[in-house]
Design a protein around this ligand. Structure first.
Ligand code: MN
Length: 244
């Protein structure tokens, strides 16, 4: 049986067209690497979140909009981007319950940011405003699959084990970033300007996030599929233990 991976969609909160959306490359990344994606509409009802977690064996936190700074005890700065409070609330609820169950999780871009906030860490709201020496992390008019900066990977990390390289060229479509990693997490990768590009849990069996978008680079950088294979292998093991 292919493990079910819960995928958190974006929500287009325009009143007239209130709807959910997931870029198809996210779903393909899961199906092509041995998993079955299941898109999870938001809820703030703990019982419904528990229903989701009784079905799936892993979670995939996708990219998307900015995160409410109040969630990491800051007030918004003027260059903060678009928010989706219902998504923040759902993802934090889901993360905290899933972490309590030691369910495998992978976060991409906003995904690594919300996992970090849910676990008690903080973010830069806008690198341009808050980290003056930061490189360009959100280039304009650049194709999704094109790398725009390198990262250094900590050779002691699980990320290194998966990527088998200390330097990677990655795409970059973010202006927020992890500032203080959450308790129980370690930094696994940095851009040349010191911006954090990866974190992973030192306590949970598999909880890992990256700041770039591997789902868009699977053709040009096939090694990035290892992130999905690892999530799905961890989910299969989680499922096996549940059924034991
Ligand atoms: Mn970047």
């Amino acid at each position: 049986m292919k493990p079910l991976i819960g995928v958190i969609p974006s929500r287009i909160c325009n009143e007239a067209t209130d709807s959910y959306q997931v870029r198809a490359v996210n779903l393909a990344a899961i199906t092509q690497n041995g998993g079955t994606p299941l898109i999870l509409p938001y809820t703030e009802d703990p019982a419904m979140a528990e229903s989701y977690l009784s079905l799936v064996s892993g979670l995939y936190f996708t990219g998307g909009c900015d995160i409410q700074p109040e969630l990491f005890d800051e007030t918004p700065i003027p260059t903060l981007g678009e928010l989706c409070p219902s998504r923040d609330a759902f993802e934090i609820l889901l993360y905290q319950k899933a972490a309590g169950m030691d369910m495998p999780m992978l976060g991409i871009c906003r995904g690594v940011q919300i996992m970090n906030v849910a676990a008690g860490g903080s973010l830069y709201q806008d690198l341009g405003a808050q980290k003056p020496n930061a490189m360009v992390h959100s280039p304009r008019g650049v194709g999704r699959a094109l790398p725009s900066h390198t990262i250094q990977v900590d050779p002691g990390s699980r990320l290194y084990t998966l990527m088998d390289a200390e330097t990677l060229a990655v795409n970059s479509f973010h202006h927020e970033a992890v500032k203080e990693p959450a308790p129980g997490y370690r930094v696994t990768a940095w851009a040349p300007d010191g911006v954090i590009e990866g974190i992973e849990s030192t306590e949970l069996t598999f909880s890992l996030g990256v700041q770039w978008h591997p789902e868009d680079m699977l053709q040009s950088a096939p090694v990035f599929a290892e992130l999905y294979k690892a999530l799905i292998a961890a989910a299969a093991e989680y499922l096996r233990k549940q059924n034991a």
